[in-house]
Design a protein around this ligand. Structure first.
Ligand code: NAP
Length: 294
């Protein structure tokens, strides 16, 4: 039977530690960490994500600045805004909420953010440094997964880790991190995607199975080896008339089906989700302290 990995609890514990560090910074005469978020247009989900990030800043004693721009802003104008923040020494971290309108190239925007302020860890320099094992901002969700594995003292060295999904923000960095020569790493990693053949057989070999494909309850017990550790990154809203809100949040794993078979499992919600925002806060604190690029 699986032990539930309580992401909400771990996230709260980490938040308290961050808040304490912030109060120590202030006591030593420094200003609090300052996170800037850029929001373009009025995508409902993006509004919610950014509002949650601003709320977390408030809870932890950070300064936050939300810069909103209309969907008609040109790419050139947005690049100029990014450059202004790059040059503002009072601003430590910058995130640009995705998706951006179609006329704006997100890669061009990400590559313009100063890597020292790229607390989302999306800049190629941070991805490259992460791959080389150098200090880097690591994107929030994979970092959150590492922190969960560390908190529960889950052995990773020598294990076979199968990652399902190869996105730039989750699957790909996750696979790089799990193979690194690092206390939470040293796995033999298989990275799978929508063109992978024999996905069931590959997943059945996983000691650690990380699901990040965005297909609700896709991975059932037939994909899982007995005793495997299951990390479910998936988060999809599905219609559920029984809920007051009219929807439920589902992971990529069929929790009820796999629960008896696995050794550890992250639930959805309250698993990986709460860790993501904490990782962003952690990166912003690191940016304020200037430790990654010291
Ligand atoms: P994404 O960009 O849509 O990538 C999905 C990946 O899954 C792609 O690499 C795709 O393969 C692969 N895939 C799709 N169907 C597959 C299948 N049947 N078999 C094997 N691989 C398949 O998604 P994402 O941004 O990584 O997000 C993944 C999930 O995590 C979503 O539910 C998202 O909401 C959630 N998420 C949660 C958090 C959090 O804080 N908890 C943060 C980020 C994302 P191809 O590359 O071949 O298309």
């Amino acid at each position: 039977m699986g032990q539930i990995i309580d992401g909400k609890f771990v996230a709260e514990t980490m938040k308290s530690a961050i808040a304490l560090e912030v109060s120590e910074l202030i006591q030593s005469g420094k200003r609090p960490p300052h996170l800037v978020a850029i929001l373009v247009g009025n995508n409902g989900a993006s509004e919610t994500y950014v509002a949650n990030k601003v709320k977390s800043c408030e809870e932890l004693g950070f300064i936050s600045t939300l810069l909103r721009f209309p969907p008609t802003i040109s790419e050139k104008e947005l690049l100029e805004e990014v450059l202004k923040i790059n040059h503002n020494a009072e601003m430590d971290g910058l995130i640009v909420q995705l998706p951006l309108p179609d006329h704006i190239n997100p890669d061009r925007i990400m590559e313009t953010i100063d890597p020292r302020k790229d607390v989302d860890g999306f800049h190629p320099i941070n991805i490259g440094r992460m791959a080389k094992g150098l200090p880097a901002y690591i994107s929030a969700t994979p970092q959150g997964v590492l922190d969960l594995l560390a908190y529960y003292k889950i052995e990773t060295a020598g294990k076979h880790c199968v990652v399902v999904g190869r996105s730039q923000i989750v699957g790909l960095p996750m696979s790089i991190l799990m193979q690194r020569n690092h206390p939470i790493g040293n796995c033999t990693v298989t990275l799978t995607h929508s063109k992978t053949k024999n996905l069931v057989e590959i997943c059945q070999q996983a000691d650690i199975l990380i699901a990040a494909l965005g297909k609700p309850e896709f991975l059932n017990a037939s994909y899982v080896k007995k005793g495997a550790v299951i990390i479910d990154v998936g988060l999809t809203r599905v219609v559920d008339e029984s809920k007051k809100s009219g929807f439920a949040l589902k992971g990529d794993v069929d929790f009820d089906d796999v629960f008896e078979k696995c050794s550890y499992i992250t639930p959805v919600p309250k698993g990986v989700g709460p860790m993501t925002i904490v990782s962003l806060m952690k990166n912003t604190l690191l940016a304020a302290k200037g430790v990654i690029y010291s």
